[in-house]
Write a protein that binds this ligand. Structure first.
Ligand code: FUL
Length: 447
């Protein structure tokens, strides 16, 4: 939901308007999942690259033991609620046999359909499925007759261009060749693989070739075919947190100022929603942050990084600074050349899942030794808290042990040291509207 603001609005009026902005049901469901997995897989897995070239030989894609149910089992048992697969990365190779280009799994020795295999494992094990469909496409830029940046005219186009199932809906958009191709790819992914939870539109682009994206047409098609799916990063439902290192800001608002249909601040700015930016807005939108980070240095699997899998304390620190700072954690687990998650990643993710369950999904009851404060606002009623302090009863005396700014869906605050606490209280020091927050306590021995 969006709220309009006026140039004459005082800061108090802006805060009041910000307090009225609410998430859509799909945004609430998305945020409550807390943990989403990212899976980068494709020719890069076999060529040891992070960014492919667009002219990679499809023959390189040859997983020897692909088993998506191993991925899903690993993710579900670690507490992940959905997974986003790179159906197409910037190199343009498709992990499903798209009818709209030859550069897909169908031209590889593998010959199967990775999206279908993952969709079926997700269905069986109750994991949500999303996909990354890179807007940048080096294959379409470099191939003979490729569409990317080919300067073709915008014409009225029926989607899908190739009708396979007469019973499915058809749509019409005014688009050029590349956008027609992209809409056809979205159509395949949104109609062939069951319900889609999230569509991830990466903003990165390895080429400087000019190609305009028909975002309004893409969003319209996604809304019509998958009304419950969030459209992330390049889309209207979820914003990129602004770094790939695994942390949200100490002050992380989900109510974000927009002017002229764009965020007032850069996504990477240290402040994207504070009072100076509210003053420049013509509109306020619910636009929560997603923290994408890889369990390894790279997004794709490289054997040389087997010894560089993030440690459990590192992952728990990322958890506190993403889920615990009002964001969703999108943690990347790249399958290896067999098409399986590699042993060090599987072991680490199992440790991570067990630690989250034991330390962060279990509340300690007082009196106890604690070292993490856990606060939650009910975001279906917006985001209100601007600053707060937490006091603990220590040896009979109320002592302030933590303080912060925003809370949002969840705020996890590690203490400087474990404290023997017999009672605890939250003081909301300022808020945009009347606010309440739930408080619980944890003990994490890795801190
Ligand atoms: C970036 C891409 O360029 C990387 O390869 C990766 O997919 C990451 C999640 O997004 O923008």
């Amino acid at each position: 939901m969006r709220v309009d603001v006026e140039p004459s609005d005082s800061l108090d009026a802006l805060r009041r308007k910000a307090s009225m902005v609410r998430p859509s049901p799909r945004q609430v469901a998305w945020q409550r999942q807390e943990l989403t997995a990212f899976v980068h897989f494709g020719p890069n897995t076999f060529t040891d690259l992070e960014w492919g070239t667009g002219v990679d030989d499809p023959a390189v894609f040859d997983p020897s033991a692909l088993d998506c149910s191993q991925w899903v089992r690993t993710l579900v048992s670690a507490g992940f609620k959905s997974v986003i697969l790179t159906a197409k990365h910037h190199d343009g190779f498709c992990l499903w046999p798209s009818r709209y280009l030859p550069h897909t799994v169908a031209a590889s020795p593998y010959r199967g359909d990775v999206v279908a295999a993952l969709a079926s494992a997700c269905r069986e094990q109750g994991l949500g499925l999303g996909f990354y469909l890179s807007p940048a496409d080096l294959y379409q830029e470099k191939a003979d007759g490729g569409y990317y940046g080919n300067g073709s005219p915008v014409v009225s186009s029926e989607i899908p261009s190739l009708v396979v199932d007469e019973s499915l809906p058809r749509f019409r958009y005014d688009v050029d060749d590349y956008n027609r191709f992209y809409l056809n790819q979205l159509y395949e992914l949104l109609t062939q693989y069951g319900p889609i939870a999230e569509v991830w539109l990466d903003g990165a682009n390895p080429t400087s070739t000019a190609q305009a994206y028909a975002y309004e047409a893409w969003f319209d098609l996604i809304r019509r075919l998958a009304p419950d799916a969030t459209i992330a990063v390049g889309g209207p439902d979820v914003r990129w947190v602004g770094n790939e290192d695994g942390f949200a800001r100490e002050t992380e608002w989900s109510v974000v100022p927009f002017a002229g249909q764009r965020m007032v601040a850069e996504q990477t700015a240290s402040d994207v929603a504070g009072p100076p930016l509210l003053r420049k807005a013509d509109e306020l939108r619910w636009y929560p942050a997603e923290v994408d980070v890889s369990i390894r240095p790279g997004w794709f699997y490289h054997a040389a990084e087997d010894s560089a899998v993030k440690s459990l304390p590192e992952l728990l620190d990322i958890y506190r600074k993403s889920v615990g700072r009002n964001a969703v954690l999108l943690l990347n687990m790249p399958p290896d050349r067999r098409g399986l998650f590699a042993p060090p990643d599987v072991a680490r993710l199992a440790e991570f899942g067990a630690a989250v369950r034991e330390y962060y999904e279990t509340d300690v009851s007082l009196p106890a030794t604690v070292n993490v404060i856990d606060l939650r606002e009910d975001i279906s009623r917006g985001q209100q808290v601007e600053s707060f302090a937490v006091d603990a009863l220590l040896a009979g005396e109320w002592t302030q042990v933590a303080a912060g700014t925003t809370i949002g869906h969840r705020r996890l605050l590690p203490l400087d040291e474990p404290l023997p606490v017999s009672a605890v209280r939250l003081r909301i020091l300022s808020s945009r509207a009347e606010a309440t927050a739930a408080l619980s306590l944890h003990y994490d021995p890795t801190i």
